[in-house]
Design a protein around this ligand. Structure first.
Ligand code: GDP
Length: 429
């Protein structure tokens, strides 16, 4: 069976923790999209880790971690990450990299930086990990697939010549930066070949056979629905689909095998980068939530930059869950709200004088003003509670209010960063 863990909003919902928890029962954990531009923070017996490329299952001995074809594969980051966990006594993980994954080149990272510099104040707030230039090249058919590293030198050099010719026009005339050479790109690819060779496999075949043997596969999404290039807040989106459905493509799985979609919603909102965020809050109110948020504050796992903060947005989350094809919602970081007397929840958007509960396209979203309902807080620390009935009444009311508004069952409530800080509402999980 295949289960996906994905985000309902802008990312940073706590997917890493939920994946790490569900990975205990999985045989294989697969990353199917995105790259090293976002991080998952995981707290377990080995300590606290921020992973960018490795799937969150790497901490278990029994799981195989797979980098699917849909991922933007940054090979040096992958290697650094493997090193960083084995240095801290985590057993060497079993890792497989798809021969169809494409490679993030150092020039993708440079192009990302140059473009953000060029855009100045109109920039996307990119993490400058090369993701947009990488996916642009993939779909312009000038990217390098892992399999091409093993091609003969003449064919590879011929392709590099074509790529370099195109890139150098932009470097010279648009960005006024140093040019690329065929030899340096070839050298970079050969260095990657040496690093990645032991891990390369036909991932779709591996997963096909695993399913035939009855193995359980967990797909780990990055970011969330609102960052999806089609269904998100375009153009302030990421460059690969963040939807569970894309797991079939980005891992190479039959779509009918995806049986459960666990969509992660955080009990309040946060976002990194630019883009529409209707329930955003500012000033002291935002600073306090940011400081208390997550595990040690809401700051980017990749860049360390302060996240934008807001109240829970039922409109965005309902849409976010619908687009994911949600079967279960994991409601996370609820413990953080324990300091509030009252908790505003965004239940509608007012656009041109009309209130809607349906998440609109970006042009309308820009005009949307949040409509809030205020719920009473519970004013205590809920960490350590393991049974739903033991949560304070106002806390249960908050969960049940959100559940009703978003229209999908909240089957898990996370009330702390650790693996065991979880309240299961359904015996099936
Ligand atoms: P991801 O990208 O969706 O995995 O999200 P992050 O890595 O940004 O995770 C959010 C942060 O919240 C991390 O620092 C987690 O350790 C932390 N976290 C996850 N679940 C909870 C929770 O229930 N309570 C608290 N306080 N922190 C949590």
């Amino acid at each position: 069976m295949v289960i996906a863990v994905v985000g309902a909003n802008w990312g940073d919902e706590g997917k890493g923790k939920i994946t790490d928890m569900l990975a205990e029962q999985a045989d294989i954990v697969v990353r199917f999209q995105g790259g090293a531009n976002a991080g998952h923070t995981i707290v377990n017996n080995y300590g606290k880790f921020a992973l960018h490329t490795l799937p969150s299952g790497v901490f278990y001995n029994h799981t195989t971690s797979v980098i699917g074809n849909g991922v933007a594969l940054n090979i040096p980051v992958l290697f650094k990450e493997i090193q960083s966990i084995t240095d801290r006594d985590v057993p060497t993980p079993k890792i497989i990299v798809s021969d169809r994954a494409q490679i993030v080149m150092s020039y993708h990272i440079l192009f990302d930086q140059y473009e953000e510099e060029r855009l100045g104040r109109a920039s996307f707030g990119s993490t400058k990990s090369g993701i947009a230039p990488f996916y642009s090249d993939k779909f312009s058919k000038i990217g390098f697939q892992v399999s091409e590293l093993f091609d003969d030198e003449a064919s590879l050099r011929e392709k590099i010549e074509r790529v370099v010719e195109k890139k150098n026009v932009l470097l010279e005339h648009l960005y006024h930066k140093p040019l690329l050479s065929v030899d340096s790109v070839y050298g970079e690819l050969m260095a990657y070949r040496r690093m990645v060779e032991p891990y390369v496999a036909d991932v779709s075949l591996y997963l096909w056979n695993a399913l035939k043997e009855g193995k359980d596969i967990l797909l780990e999404g990055q970011l969330g629905t609102l960052k999806d290039p089609d269904h998100g807040i375009y153009p302030m989106v990421t460059s690969s689909s963040t939807l569970a459905a894309y797991g079939a493509v980005g891992a190479g799985l039959p779509p009918y095998e995806l049986k459960r979609v666990v969509t992660v919603c955080k009990a309040y909102s946060s976002a990194v980068g630019a883009g529409e965020f209707v329930s955003e809050i500012f000033g002291d109110e935002a600073d306090e939530l940011r400081r208390r948020g997550g595990d040690g504050g809401e700051f980017g796992a990749t860049t360390g930059r302060p996240r934008r903060m807001g109240w829970f947005d039922c409109v965005a989350s309902r849409y976010g869950c619908r687009m994911q094809g949600t079967t279960d919602v994991a409601f996370t970081v609820l413990d953080v709200l324990g300091y509030l007397d009252e908790i505003p929840v965004c239940v509608g958007y007012e656009i041109d004088g009309k209130v809607t509960k349906e998440f609109p396209v970006t042009a309308k979203l820009r005009k949307a003003k949040p409509v809030y309902e205020t719920l009473p807080g519970w004013k205590c620390d809920i960490r350590g509670i393991r049974k739903y009935e033991e949560l304070p009444e106002n806390c249960r009311k908050y969960i049940e209010f959100v559940e009703k508004e978003i229209g999908f069952p909240i089957t898990m409530v996370s009330n702390g960063p650790a693996r065991e800080d979880i309240i299961l509402r359904s015996a099936e999980i």
